[in-house]
Design a protein around this ligand. Structure first.
Ligand SMILES: Nc1ncnc2c1ncn2[C@@H]1O[C@H](COP(=O)(O)OP(=O)(O)OP(=O)(O)O)[C@@H](O)[C@H]1O
Ligand SMILES: [Mg+2]
Length: 399
């Protein structure tokens, strides 16, 4: 996952939009160095214009020998012969002018190609996308959303999807899908130092044809044995073997959830139309801003978005500073489908709520809903597509 450094938060946000999903922002080169120590697979570091040029060159000189597979891209206000000569001597891979985001994207893409070439064909990992479904509040519909999004992404086996239950103490993904897993993430405890897919594959549970599930432990105390390292390595390993890793989370900003959010490429933030939830979601978003988590890759899912509660969609967007990506109304059919062990997307794919999950899944996949085989495109869907087209193009370009 690419990383960008700049002390100025608005410059950081702007540069992050030029990076592929999952890009991380940080404010100092010291933080970057610490980050790289834990990221053997990192391929590019973008140094923003706010970082002192001499400091950027010094960092590059060091990385040239300690991490030769990490390309350094330097963004500068002025790109003249003097800057280029010094950059070349330090081993900077690319120097691009500030505000030329297309040039930044191009440089990052070239860095990725170089990294693949350096790793060799056998070392090329699949780059699946990690989608975390999160909310700081309990009971708002995280599991409902995670399960339905995973099913929508895996629709007809078009993509390989794994759903991970990281609500480790009280996870209910398995019961929601009427699964009775014999294994859970608990069975990978102790294996974190040598974790690979051979160890993970046997502990997954299959749901029908299209979806795999990594279940939560069956007893709450097992949670204490699951470390952040295990969570991080599990998600990364799954991302190398599936197109999508959808993660259901606990309603807490604890270390394990933060670890998962740190690994995530796309974060679906679930909110409901009540003041306490909106307040907590706002605090969570601000915390994620401060930690540089999923900036530019957050999707607001408004659940139980009913008209009569007195808070409108526009108000929510203004409070949270985030556009609503999908709205699901309260529906007895959603609860009934969950209770029957066949979530709404599977039980009633043409239900309005199912369409919302399908649209959000399409947005996460960088495709339009109409690209699905046999999809019935409604007028509303067509409008959504137009709105999402820019983002879809962005994702396609990144791929
Ligand atoms: N739009 C909806 N309409 C009707 N019922 C819903 C809707 N969304 C969720 N529910 C129901 O609300 C309950 C809580 O939902 P869910 O388990 O998805 O929340 P959660 O955020 O995962 O909760 P927790 O924090 O406890 O994990 C479930 O019984 C679910 O079926
Ligand atoms: Mg839940």
């Amino acid at each position: 996952m690419p990383v960008v450094v700049d002390p100025d938060s608005s410059t950081l946000s702007e540069l992050l939009t030029a990076l592929p999903p999952g890009g991380h922002g940080m404010d100092t080169t010291g933080t970057l160095t610490a980050w790289l120590d834990n990221r053997p697979d990192e391929y590019v570091a973008v140094i923003g214009p706010g970082v002192d040029f001499a400091e950027a060159l010094e960092l590059c000189e060091t990385l040239r020998f300690t991490r030769p597979t990490v390309s350094v891209v330097v963004v500068r206000e002025t790109v003249d012969t003097d800057v280029l000569t010094k950059a070349m001597h330090a081993g900077v891979r690319d120097v691009v002018p500030v505000r030329d985001l297309a040039a930044v994207s191009g440089a990052v893409e070239r860095a990725y190609q170089l990294w693949i070439a350096l790793r060799g064909p056998s070392g090329v990992a699949r780059q699946g996308r990690i989608v975390a479904v999160f909310s700081p509040k309990g009971g708002v519909g995280k599991t409902t959303a995670a399960v339905n999004l995973a099913l929508a992404l895996a629709d007809r086996g078009a993509r390989q999807v794994v759903l991970v239950d990281l609500d480790l103490a009280f996870g209910d993904v398995a019961i929601t899908l009427q699964l009775f897993p014999s294994h859970s993430i608990e069975h990978a405890v102790g294996g974190e130092d040598a974790l690979d897919f051979n160890l993970l594959e046997p502990i997954l549970t299959r749901h029908e044809d299209s979806l795999m599930v990594l279940a939560a432990p069956s007893t709450p105390d097992a949670r204490d044995r699951i470390t952040p390292t295990l969570v991080a390595r599990t998600l990364r390993t799954l991302a190398e073997n599936f197109d999508f890793v959808v993660v259901d989370t606990a309603p807490a900003f604890d270390e394990l959830t933060l670890t998962a959010l740190d690994e995530t490429d796309e974060c679906v933030m679930v909110a409901t139309l009540d003041v306490p939830t909106l307040k907590n979601v706002k605090v969570a978003l601000e915390t994620m801003d401060a930690l540089g988590i999923a900036q530019g890759h957050r999707h607001l899912l408004l659940n139980r978005a009913d008209d009569e509660v007195g808070i409108g969609a526009d108000k929510v967007e203004a409070i949270l500073g985030l556009k609503i990506a999908a709205q699901v109304a309260t529906s007895v059919e959603i609860a009934a489908a969950t209770n029957a062990g066949r979530p709404i997307v599977a039980a009633k794919p043409d239900h309005g709520s199912s369409h919302q999950f399908q649209h959000l899944a399409a947005r996460l996949a960088g495709t339009s809903f109409a690209d699905r085989p046999d999809a019935t495109t409604t007028k509303a869907a067509a409008t959504d597509e137009a709105r999402e087209d820019g983002r879809a193009r962005f994702f396609r370009r990144r791929r």
